[in-house]
Design a binder for this molecule. Sequence first.
Ligand SMILES: Cc1ncc(COP(=O)(O)O)c(C=O)c1O
Length: 381
Amino acid sequence: MLKISNRSLIPPFIVMDVMRAANERAASGSDVLHLEVGQPSSPAPKKVIETAQFVLDDDKLGYTDALGISLLREKISGYYRDTYGVNPDPKRIVITSGSSGGLLLSFLSSFDVGDCVGMATPGYPAYKNMLKSLGVKVVEVPVDSKSHFQLKRKVLDKLSENLDGLIISSPSNPTGSMISSSDMRDLVDWCDRRGTRLISDEIYHGIVYGEQASTALSYGTDVIIINSFSKYFSMTGWRLGWMVIPESMIRSIECLAQNLYISPPSLSQMAAVAVFDCMDELNENVARYRINRDILLEKLPNAGLERFAPVDGAFYIYANVSHLTNDSSEFCKRMLSEIGVAMTPGIDFDGINGKSYVRLCFAGATQDINQAAARLQKWLI
Ligand SMILES: Cc1ncc(COP(=O)(O)O)c(C=O)c1O
């Protein structure tokens, strides 16, 4: 048999496997409540769709500049000014194919084989899996309720490894917990002092239920910011994201982008220009997430689920189910087959303690969230 590279032998993204099982069940005629995949059930804003239709009729969809079209980069720069009061030069903004594309570019441009990168566990699994396939050593730093499920300077001080990079995510997937602005400043400072490249994944900014999320960009210029049109902007399938990068990295990232995929999708870029005029519609989505979140926080305890990570932002609840199972994967399979509710087992996000957790996504319709809570209560009590 011909060889398959060792670098491709990475674990699956389990949530995608769960989604396939849920879709197969739906295709066979059984109903499914989808609380597994982290995507808004609402479509892209109307104006984005109208703009895409207009652009399609005009049919001028060639390659664009590898770093993205200027108009969109300028709009994003303006968004930083209006939202956070910082003014990144549009030249430092790179349009990517989803934030997944941005993560890959940031890892390729920051790290070499054998480098060492720290991240919180539980955390987004693709960080670890992508880095492993690039030959980068991953240091998983456990976080829990004592650290607000986020990395803290004090914990990082105790690490024996010398980190070349640190990835943070606030609000986090899977926990929804956020890094306070003072902790964010501390983390940027900690990385600056050690020559550690900080990559801040800010994909869930805009979806918050208390304090506004703070951007690492407010505290340093050597940080790499990762963001996306997939979540707050409700454009998941358009596969568009962005990075804000240090001036010194512009050319190397441009060369990587040119060689890896030439340019991000033209249609999505042109349509996304309109999304910054759709804030009312986007904030209505966030209002729905808040209603769904409050329903679950009120009703899950009636089903015996009471221990959650703090749901400060994003659209996830990371619930402890250790009193019900020590195998969250089997638990989720049984839940799907017996009551048609799809959730993601915690082992996708934490190889050790994740067997005692499940992640629920509440970005769906409120009616589905109410039904899921009722089915769970009946099933578990
Ligand atoms: C924390 C985090 N980062 C990055 C991504 C990748 O998203 P996309 O490639 O759609 O921008 C996701 C998707 O769920 C995520 O949760």
